[in-house]
Structure formats: structure tokens, C-alpha cells
Design a protein around this ligand. Sequence first.
Ligand code: ZN
Length: 358
Amino acid sequence: MTTPTARMLLRRRSLLAGALSLGTALTTLGTGAGRAWAADGPLVSGCEAWGARPPKSPVKVLPARAQKILVHHTATPNVTDYGQAQAFALARIMQADQMDVRGWIDTGQHFTISRGAFVTEGRHGSLAALDSGTQFVEAAHCPGQNTVAIGIENEGTYTTEEPRPEQYATLVALCVRICLQYGIRPYQIYGHRDFHNTECPGDRLYARLPQLRADVAARIGGDPTAPVWPVVGTGEVSERVRVLQYLLVQRGATITPDGAFGPATEAAVRAFQKQIEAAVDGVAGNQTWNQLCAPVAQGAAGEAVTAVQGRLTGLGFPTTADGVFGPGTAAQVTAFQGSRGLPQDGVVDARTWSRLIA
Ligand SMILES: [Zn+2]
């Protein structure tokens, strides 16, 4: 959740009492549409269960798996009402805010976990897409990531307080389910602030993310260590600057990848940061790298591939720098991954990127 919405939700607190009674009525009606996964996931109440309005226009279902999970907090009060009616009321308030105030077609996020650990579907179709394991609903929870990342909102404000243990346990269970369905690795669980200029999901919940990745990894396996990105700014001359420049060119910048971070590169970084609504400081850090380092695999072409090929060669895995990710590049990526103890799948994901520029 971003700050403006949070403020709006706080202003709307007074509406909550009225919405609560409506939620109770809906519960009584027993429209219990949702999914329960006895073995590996929590019950999720679908849009019809909590009384969602229809979307303004059809939601976009992408024929692709989600690549990562972004954790948010709603920045609403840390209520002590842990009932399902509160969860349903929150879902309706968020949808109304996002459709009426922000002008979106529907709820922004895919799922919400209430303080009482009830899970609701956000954007229509999110649950069916998750069940398919092969489709993904385009959302509106983080600029630059809405076509690749699942967004999970956690009810509450976690700047100085911790989520309730029940809420956190449900977050773990939901992440496990999503990771299994989409083949997401536990390290690919991030906070909203890793991509966007926001405090979300609050300092305390953000500080729990290494534990969350580890708890998910304990259930499904894999190394939960998230990438660590360098801070690269004006004056630096290096191969990682060259990678940065190639990635910026891939996103439309007109600069020369010469490995020297000068005024043109700084301007390109600022323009990109503005475009993806990161903090605009002209220095490539966590948000900039996370947004730039999209996965590339066999079949891809362009400057990002050229950057990969250049680094592979520089690190002792000679690769023709033709900008086309063919079998030869895939073989060298796989060899490089083996040398660094990474899963050898030939896909340059965020962790492989981070090792290429380390
Ligand atoms: Zn957020």
C-alpha cells in the first residue's frame, strides 16, 4: 500500500463501523466461496464471499506465472477485532478506495491477510489464476511490478509494531502456497519498498522478511538469501556500471555503455527512477537494481542479454556478445551458476544478476 492510500484509509476509519455490520450480514448469508488447501495453504475467501463490486472493466489475465511476491501493510489501524467480518469490511473499504479514489478497475492487490488471519481475494480472478498455476492476474500494487509480482496486503501498520503471530503464520502459509503454485523461490519474496519509494510494509514487517523467506524455505526448500545490490553512483568506472548502462538502454535510455558513470548515466538513472516511482537520487541502489534486473532466459534478445554475455566472458565463461540468448549463452549461464552454488537452470534471475555484478 502506498502512503496516499494509507491516508485515505485512515480518513475513512469512521466508515468502518457501518461496513462492519454489513460484513456480519454477509457472513450470515453464508456465501462461503473460497478455496481451502488442507495440506499447504490457508482458506482464501473469494470476491463473491466478501461482497466485492464487479470490476469496472475485465481484469487482465496474463498467460504467465508470477515471478515474485511483494509484501505490503495496509497502513490502517492495528485493530483488535479479529473476526471475519472485519476482514471482509476491510476488503470492501480497500476496493472502494482503489476504485473510487484512485480510479483503478478493481482492488490493487491479489490477497489481503487481516489481523485475525482471515485471507481475502483482492483483484477478481486472483484465486482462479493461482489455482491454475499457469496464469496470473495483472494487478496494481507496485509500479513496474504489476505484471510479474503477487501483492499481499497485511492489515495493520507495522512501523513500530510486529504483526500478530497468527497473521504472520498465515502469511507464511500463503507464501508457501503461492511459491508452490508458481515455482517462485523463497528468496523472491520482497517488501514493497524494495521496488518503490514507500515506507511499506513498515520497518518492523520489513525486518521480518529474512525470517519469512527462511520460514518458507523450511517448508519448500531452497536458499532463502535475497540478492544484495551494490550502490553505484557518479564517478565510478567499472563493469557493473557497464551492466547498469546496458540495462538502462534496454529501458529506453540513450547512453553509451562505456563503464563510466558520468552525468548522462546519472540523468538516465534519475529518469528511470522517476518512471518506476523509486526514490529519485541518481544513484543505483536496491530499488533501481531490483527494477532493472528482470529475469532473462533462452529466447530473449537485447541489451540486457549483451550485458549478461559481457559479464560471463569477463568472469571466465566466454560468450559471444551478440545480444541473443541462445543455447550457447544458456550453457555458460548454467556453468556460471554452478560455479557460484546457484540452482543451474540457465535463467538469469535476480540472484544470478547479483552474482554477475558482484
Ligand atoms: Zn505497499
